[in-house]
Each structure stands twice: as C-alpha cells, then as structure tokens.
Ligand binder design. Structure first.
Ligand code: FAD
Ligand code: SF4
Ligand code: SF4
Length: 482
C-alpha cells in the first residue's frame, strides 16, 4: 500500500473553495472553484483503498474509484485519467453534477466518522487536468466499418453511445431537434451547476472524431423514423422525457404560471447569448418578482436558484412533503437555502389568484398521514390552515413523463411500458423492433446524467453485438447462395 494513502484519520475532508452565497447570487458561474493540485492529491490520499469499495458499487458506472484516487495521490494524473475515462465518457460532467451524496460519496466507508473522500471533485480535477494537457482525444477507430447507426437525441445517453460506437469504427449520425447538442445538459441544467462550454467541448470532440452531427432535425417532423431505419443499419432512440406534469387547481391557466423547463431553457439560452423574446418581455424572467416554485426535485432547485440570480424580489419553494422526503439532492437544497430561498415544506397550492395574470397563490398546510402503496407517507391537508403567498411568477416543477414515442414516430408496433417509457432489454437496450434500441430517460423515466451515460454505453455494446451478428448472418447466406 502506498505511503501516500489512508490519510483520512489525520487529514480533514476539504472540498474545492465554494464561492460565498452573497457573491454567487449575482452570476451564473459554477459555484465551486477548481482544486489546487496539492489539495486534490491530499484529498485523494484520504482513501482507505477498501477491499470491497462501496463507492464503486454505488456508482452507476462502477468507476474504478480507488485506483484513480491512488494514482492522483501519487501525482500520476495521466494514468488516473486513463482509468477514470475507461468507464465514463464524461467524468468531468459527472464529477460536477452527480448527486454524490446519494451515490459514491454517500457510500464511502469513511463517511461515518470522518466525512467521505471528495470523489466527485477529484474526478472533475483529473479530467480538467487531462483537458488542459491535451490528453483527451476524439474517438479514433482502429478500423472503419461500413455499417451505420442513427442516434435520435444528443443528450448524455446519445452522446455516450455515439462515442462508443465511433470508437469501434461505425459510421454514426447523431440527430437532435435542438440547435445545440447536449440535451438537458445544455438546456435544462443551469450554468451554475454545469458551464455550457464543458458540454460543447465534448460535442466538438465527437465531430472531430467523425460523428456526423444533425442539429435542428426533429425526427417525426423533419425526417421520419421509417426513413432513419432505411438509412441506417441500427437506430438508437435516446430522446429523453419532456411531457411536464401539470397541477389541477383553480386559476392554473392564468398568465405567469409556467412550466419549469420553459423557464430554464429561456434562462440558459439567454446565458448563451441567444435572442429570447419571452425573457426580454419579462414573461420568463424573475427580475423584481415574487416567485413561487412548486415541487421538491432537482428541477425545482434549479428554478429557485435561477430566480435568485435573475434578481427576484423573493423566492419561495412549496413542497408538499417534509425536507427528509425531498426527491432531489440534499446538497442542492442546502445551496438554495444559503442563497436565500425560503422553503415552505408540507405546503400545497390550492388555487391561483389574479385578474388575467397571477398575483397570488393560495396554499394549504399539509401533514403526513398513512403510507401509500410505495411506503411513502401520504400528505393530507390540515383543515383551516389556508394562507396566501404573493406571486407574480409561478413555476411548475412537478416532474416529467415520457412523450408518446410510438405516435410521435408513427411506429405503433414499438412496445412501451405502462408508464409510457420504451420497453427495452436490460444491458443491451434492444427493443421489440429489429435493429431498434433505446437508452436513457426514455427507458428509465426521468433520472440522472450518470445513468444515461451507463445506458448509452450498454446500448452501444448491444448495437455492436447486433451488427456483428448481422454481418455473420449475411456472410453465411452469401456462402449458401454461392
Ligand atoms: P436528454 O438529456 O433529455 O436528451 C434527449 C435529447 O433528445 C434532447 O436533446 C432532445 O432535444 C432530443 N430529442 C427529443 N425528441 C427528439 C426528436 N423527436 N427528434 C430529435 N431529437 C429529439 N441529472 C444529474 O445527474 N444531475 C443534475 O444535477 C441534474 N439536474 C437536472 C436539472 C433539470 C432541470 C432537469 C430537467 C434534469 C436534470 N437532471 C440531472 C437529469 C438529467 O439531465 C437527465 O437524466 C439526462 O439528461 C437524461 O439524458 P438523456 O440522454 O436520456 O436525455
Ligand atoms: Fe461518483 Fe458520479 Fe463519478 Fe460515479 S460518475 S464516481 S457516482 S461522481
Ligand atoms: Fe476509498 Fe471511500 Fe471508496 Fe473506500 S469507499 S475505496 S475509502 S473512496
């Protein structure tokens, strides 16, 4: 065992410097600065190199965390990058935005008495060092293959699959309806969690490696799914989930009550320098307003923190359960609190008030009653506890359901689950249709970037196996015919 490890007893946990809330409230830059190299090595050296590393078990990509921590502690960063990138296409992105408290770090064995190793920050540090030194290369196949794969959706699932297939030499075309590629990493997740140049850099690498990029191409509208199946030997559906859940309450149709993603897309586009009339007119801009965000997940946290940065007068998050039951990352909740967001736990909107445009939310207090079928306690209204909150902008962040892909793609035979997600085989992504695969949120429902990367990698492997088998079958039938 290296003398540079097992330092958790006398070395305290230290994260990269976090900018003060009073400073970060005023801009959209990431809230953590970079690790300085000596601190990254010091923090990596806290790892106890467990025989059964629970961090790795609970990372959806099963990253070889102990090895890259050891290499970082020994200042062997190029090797650390090789190990980190062997299982993850975007370690610098996961290092920034994985909910590590629920995944790798939350399961680090030293977490109990000594605070976990800061795995995500070290992963980001290794990969940023690799970019700075030119160690990150575009996918470069050892040999070209004639077969082609069409990928619909350039989020993390589609991008990871594109990279893996291109590395194997396939001709890969990546289609997306948006003008920029990256999916929710560009248009959902705000810049203060993930700066957009970090995603663009990965898109550029795919292009340099020979992936053919087709932005502004809405499959089902600009090109049919049937055409794509004709054009390619295999097709991957990686379209994410975008049907926003709505609230049923009187007044919900008033102006000023908007879906969270419309609001976040407008904010991200503005940050990217686009003309955004709905932002400039004030409709999707929180400046000077009392803002109420409804929901308790990551999207709600992104909305409240965006509203703070836009200069809202007051920002309140209404969530019907208590803090311990919030579905999103507790770290994000803590950051939002630091930045001045008010949380109204155990509160539900009953009605929206206003004359054409919303000016208030009527809410009611809740208490947690009996468990439902999933075991979660059911929130129930407390009679007589109604109250009013001023609100000129209300953001609905209640989660997303899948779009109706069989209808959108005019492919009624594609089998979906009872939740509307595309049904596919675990570990290969194969659907019931020949040569059609699926990956990411459209398979598992709204999830995480790291799971999308995992699914994209699995589907790429499934597609490779499928295409290899096809080549073998074609050769056999040629031999039989000749
Ligand atoms: P997406 O990223 O949604 O990409 C799908 C792509 O398909 C999109 O670019 C879309 O334009 C394209 N597409 C859809 N239909 C078509 C069509 N018909 N034709 C062409 N293109 C099409 N996860 C984390 O791990 N950490 C976080 O901090 C985090 N924060 C989040 C914040 C918000 C506001 C949201 C909404 C999600 C967040 N997530 C986070 C979840 C994460 O972004 C998703 O789980 C992940 O992006 C899913 O990847 P995907 O590739 O399956 O889909
Ligand atoms: Fe942790 Fe995510 Fe990195 Fe896995 S990919 S080690 S869960 S930060
Ligand atoms: Fe190191 Fe913690 Fe992983 Fe153990 S669980 S190998 S201490 S990072």
């Amino acid at each position: 065992m290296s003398a540079k490890l097992l330092k958790f007893v006398d070395t305290a946990q230290r994260r990269p410097p976090k900018r003060d809330a009073s400073e970060r409230r005023d801009d959209f830059e990431e809230i953590f600065d970079e690790f300085q190299s000596e601190f990254a090595a010091e923090q990596a050296s806290r790892c106890s190199q467990c025989g059964i590393p629970f961090c790795q078990v609970h990372c959806p990509l099963h990253n070889n965390i102990p090895d890259w921590l050891m290499l970082t502690a020994e200042d062997r960063l190029e090797e650390a990058y090789e190990v980190a990138s062997a299982t993850n296409n975007f370690p610098e992105i996961c290092g920034r935005i994985c909910p590590q408290d629920r995944l790798c770090e939350g399961n680090c064995v030293i977490e109990k008495g000594f605070d976990s190793v800061t795995i995500g920050s070290v992963e980001k540090y290794i990969t940023e060092t690799a970019f700075a030194n030119g160690w990150v290369k575009p996918p470069s196949p050892r040999r070209e293959r004639e077969q082609s794969v069409g990928i619909i959706g350039a989020g993390p699932a589609g991008m990871a699959a594109a990279e893996m297939l291109r590395r194997r030499g396939y001709q890969v075309a990546l289609y997306d309806r948006h003008d920029r590629l990256g999916g929710l990493m560009v248009y959902g997740i705000p810049n203060f969690k993930l700066e957009k140049h970090v995603v663009a850099r990965r898109v550029d690498l795919l292009a340099e490696g020979g992936v053919s990029l087709h932005p502004n191409t809405d499959v089902g509208r600009d090109v049919s799914f049937a055409d794509l199946r004709e054009r390619h030997d295999a097709v991957l559906i990686a379209t994410g989930v975008y049907t926003a859940r709505d609230i049923k309450a009187p007044g919900v149709g008033l102006d000023g009550i908007v879906p969270a993603l419309d609001y976040l897309i407008a904010s991200n586009r503005k940050g990217l320098g686009d003309a955004v009339p709905a932002f400039d007119s004030g409709a999707l801009n929180a400046a000077g307003k009392d803002v109420v965000v409804i929901g308790g997940g990551d999207t709600a946290m992104d909305c409240v923190r965006t509203a703070v940065r836009q200069g809202a007068n007051a920002v309140t998050c209404l969530y019907r359960r208590d803090r311990g039951n919030m579905p999103g990352s507790q770290r994000e909740v803590a950051y939002a609190m630091e930045e001045g967001v008010t949380f109204e736990f155990l509160a539900l909107p009953e009605a929206f008030q206003g004359d054409g445009h919303v000016d208030a939310v009527r809410a009611v207090k809740m208490r947690l009653g009996e468990p439902d079928s999933s075991g979660r306690l059911t929130p129930q209204p407390v009679p007589g506890s109604e109250y009013r909150l001023d609100a000129q902008l209300v953001l609905k962040a209640l989660g997303f359901d899948p779009d109706d892909i069989p209808a959108q793609f005019d492919v009624p035979d594609l089998v979906t689950t009872r939740w509307g997600t595309v049904k596919s085989q675990l570990a290969t992504g194969a659907t019931n249709l020949d040569g059609v695969f699926a990956a990411g949120d459209i398979v598992r429902g709204a999830s995480l970037v790291v799971w999308a990367v995992r699914d994209g990698r699995d589907a790429a492997e499934g597609i490779h196996q499928y295409l290899q088998a096809k080549v073998g079958a074609d050769a056999a039938s040629l031999r039989a015919a000749g």
